[in-house]
Write a protein that binds this ligand. Sequence first.
Ligand SMILES: *Cc1c(COP(=O)(O)O)cnc(C)c1O
Length: 390
Amino acid sequence: MTVMRGRQFFQNPGPTNIPDRILRAMDRASMDFMGQEFAGIAEFCFDGLKRVFKTRQTMFVYASNGHGAWEAAVVNLFSAGDKVLVLETGRFSASWGEMAKAYGLEVETLPFDWRTGVDPAKVEERLEADTARDIRGILLVHNETATGVAHPVAEVRKAIDRAGHPGLFLADTISSLASIDFRMDEWKVDVAVGGSQKGLMLPIGMGFTGVSKKALDATQSARLPRAYFDWRLMLGRQPQKFPGTAPVHHFFGLAEAIRMLEEEGLDGVFARHTRLAEATRAAVRAWGEGGGMQLFCSNAKLCSDSVTAILMPPGIDAEKVRQTALDRYNVSLGGGLDNLKGKVFRIGHMGDLNEPMLLGALAAVEMSFKVVGIPYKKGGVDAAMAALAA
Ligand SMILES: *Cc1c(COP(=O)(O)O)cnc(C)c1O
């Protein structure tokens, strides 16, 4: 095996770079999870998470990845046979729907063009047609990590309200939280699902759900079996609402992540993500000038500030770019998921990232095009530099 020196550049849309400050914060002795000191740390984390989710309602934290938080949302809200509407925009929304189906829910898929994302008017139309109000939940992925399209949660909320529909509104914010603005309460999201290893810059292993009053009420009549993720049991466990032993080291890291986000200010964090995303898009446009590769996102208003998917020209295997960047330059990129496999590769630009890190990754991508023999126009990195220096 070739020895690789230097850090692996993490440009995967999750997990992301873990800042040294977070690693150091976790590098400490065990602490009694029932003691006063940990209670204070947990309280700071729960309050901080609420500020990040922009909610004053209930927060639950799980020792799980994002899939666990997805499952928590499903099992706590519904009963077998309940109908949910999945706004299908890519692999992640489809997977969430598959999980609901595995629990015996009736899953109706409202498909959208993966390149342009959700159309709120179509959501409104479908909900208006649901005169019997059979649809109990509406599932939306805020930022579709598979496609690089960030959906207008507020606009979808307005569509639900215009239809006067009472369904619960569930949003997956796993790859948008702490990278792209998300406002749980203002947008009346009933369950917001998050994970630790993306914008929050933490190791994998924590899942989160922000839960509205309306969702907490719904959990009382929901009949799906649940144990570990049961909100009713968790609410009874004070002070840290945790089932079983709390993962104290993850909480140490989370507390540091919250401090870092608040030092920069959430608006500063979002602005940095926008800047780095625009530079990435400028690079892709330059590489694809005159035909060739393109941004997968074809709806300029909705292109994601945390991940960019790049669509290769027909007949070109995107996977080779990803593999070459990893094997030769130690840069970790995302591949194409589901029916985008081999067609796109993805550059994650979320979490603990700055200009030179992004430029290094973009340079490795441009070199990989040359190594693989992919048609591209030189100058992507220059275009990114121009965007960043502007
Ligand atoms: C990463 C991701 C998930 C899955 O999270 P895991 O922690 O891998 O389970 C779900 N939804 C979105 C939008 C994601 O980006």
